[in-house]
Design a protein around this ligand. Structure first.
Ligand SMILES: [Zn+2]
Length: 179
């Protein structure tokens, strides 16, 4: 076997895939605080700036693509099977670090955006009300700027701030958050 082939997932013998998948599974559930079946199960591993849990995909990267994997996506795949291409794993709860498979469902990018906006409105009340920025709103702006192709002035309107304010936040010229 060529070294290249050894690294490619589709060429790995099934027995090896099973073994490495089990490795990820063990490592994964060791970092989940499993509570009651309907409770949120907080991720106790590393957390991304957007609030989602993450886990290193290596050396089992042949099972799930990418070096860092979203914890809730791994939870979904371990519990329910492969996530179809281009679909997002969304939370029924308002907790991005939750890894309870019962709280996760599949949706499109569109669903993801609608879901985020609905939750944000719920969390922040009437969006017409001019509110001061706080670190949660700043994080949400950065998250949306990364994931939503909407221009900054549209994003700014959603948060009642100017497009240049959004620019500064996204470029981290303002709001240097520690975590
Ligand atoms: Zn939850």
């Amino acid at each position: 076997m060529q070294p290249d082939e050894e690294n490619a997932s589709h060429t790995l013998p099934r027995a090896i895939q099973r073994r490495t998948k089990r490795g990820l599974e063990n490592r994964f559930w060791a970092k989940v605080e499993r509570r009651g079946p309907t409770d949120c199960w907080p991720w106790r591993g590393s957390i991304k700036k957007n609030g989602s849990g993450q886990i290193g995909g290596e050396p089992e990267g042949n099972i799930l693509r990418g070096k860092k994997l979203y914890a809730h996506r791994v939870a979904y795949e371990l519990a329910r099977g492969l996530i179809p291409n281009d679909l997002h794993v969304l939370h029924r709860c308002d907790n991005p670090a939750c890894t309870n498979p019962a709280h996760l469902f599949l949706g499109t990018h569109q669903d993801n955006m609608a879901d985020m906006i609905a939750k944000r409105r719920h969390a922040h009340g009437d969006r017409q009300t001019r509110r001061k920025l706080d670190q949660h709103r700043v994080r949400a702006i950065r998250w949306l700027a990364l994931h939503d192709p909407a221009p900054h002035h549209v994003l700014g309107r959603e948060f009642s701030v100017s497009a240049s304010n959004v620019d500064f936040i996204v470029r981290r010229l303002t709001w240097k958050l520690t975590a």
